[in-house]
Design a protein around this ligand. Sequence first.
Ligand code: FMN
Ligand code: SF4
Length: 371
Amino acid sequence: MKYETIGSPISYGGLQLKNRIIFAPTSMGLTQDEYFEKIRRIAAGGCAMIIIGDVPVLKGGFGPSLYTRKGFAFYRRLAEIVHKEDCRICAQLHQSDSNLAAMIRYLPGVLTHKISMQDLRVLLNQQVGPYITGMPVRKIRKITEGFGKAAQLARQAGFDMVQVHGDRMCGSFSSSVFNHRTDEYGGSAEHRARFAVECVQAVHRSVPDLPIDYKLAVRQENPHYGNAGVLVEELSVFVPLLEQAGVTSFHVTLANHSNLEDTIPGAKHPQFSAEGCFLPFCDAVRQYTSLPICGVGGLTSPDFVEKQLADGRIDCAAMCRQLIADPDWVNKTLHGQTGDIHRCLRCNRKCLGGIQQHQGVHCIYEGGNRT
Ligand SMILES: Cc1cc2nc3c(=O)[nH]c(=O)nc-3n(C[C@H](O)[C@H](O)[C@H](O)COP(=O)(O)O)c2cc1C
Ligand code: SF4
C-alpha cells in the first residue's frame, strides 16, 4: 500500500494507536452540540486519536471543568463519542498564565470596546513575566498538584491519555523571557524546568499507568519566534528531565506568546509557510530522546506525511486545520482517494478567523463549497 506507514499501528508512549494520525488540540468556540458533532465527524474520518484542547487543571479555570458534575459529564460524553468511532482520546491539561486580577482590570475597557481582543492579548502577555516571577511557592504547589488531580478525573471520565500543555504556564516558567525568579523555579534551565517537571510528576504519581504526552513548545532565535517555551539550545536539559519525570511522548511545536499566526501559520507566513514547518524542532528534540515524537504544523500532503513517518523523522503526525478542512483525510488517504481530499489552504479565514470573530471554528469548505 502506498501509505503503509500512515496506516500502520504504533505504541504511542504505551498507548496503542491504530494509525499515525492525531487530531491536534483545538479549542473551537462552538455550542456543545455543534462541538460533539464536529469531534464525532473527525473521529469517524479515521484518525487514531483526538486531543481535546485546553482542559482546565484547576477548579476555577475557563471552559468545562472536570471538577463539576456538568463538566465531568461533558467530558465523559466526549470520550464515549470518540470511542464509539474506534478512536482514542487525550485530554490536554491546561493552566493559563494570564493574571486574572489584570484581566479584571481590563474588563471595563473590553466591554466598552476601548480595548479590542487583540489589544487585550498584548496587555495580558505583558503581565505574564511579573505574574510568573512573583508567584508564591504555595500557589505553584497548588497548580502542580492540580495537574495530578485533573489527570485522575480525566482518566475517570474515559480519557486514554493526557497531554501536559507545555506552553502557557509550563512554557512561561520554562522561558527566560518571562521567568525572572531567583528561587529554585528560576535562573538556570534546570530550575526553569522544575515547574513543568513537577506537573508531569504529579500526573505520574496520581495515575501511574496513564501515558503522558508533553506539548513541547520550542522557541527560535535568528529570527526570533515565540516567547514562552524552550530554546533549541536548552532541549538537552529539558527533554531528559521531562522524560525522567514520566513523559512518554513529545508533541513538538513552536512556542507561543507572540502572534497566534506564528503557531498557526498561514500560507504566506515569512518563516513557516512550508509543509511540515515545525519539523526541524522535532529533529532537534530527537537528539535527546528515543520516545515517540509527534510533529504538527502545516501537515496536509499524504505523500509528504508518509515520507516523514517512513523516514522515522516523526512517529505520529498531528493535524488541526487539515482535519477541520476534511475530517476524512485519513480514510481517503488509506482508501486510494487522495484526489478527493479538501486540502487545507492555510488561509485561516474561518478556523482561526472564526474563533477571533466569536463565530466558532468553521472552514471555507463547509457546505461543499469554498466560500
Ligand atoms: C482554531 C484553533 C484552535 C486551537 N486551539 C488550540 C488549543 O486549544 N491548544 C493548543 O495547544 N493548540 C491549539 N491550536 C494549535 C493547533 O493544535 C496546531 O498546533 C496548529 O494549528 C498548527 O497545526 P496545523 O497546521 O495542523 O493547523 C489551535 C489551532 C486552531 C487553528
Ligand atoms: S478555513 Fe482555510 S485554513 Fe482554516 S481549515 Fe479551512 S482551508 Fe484550512
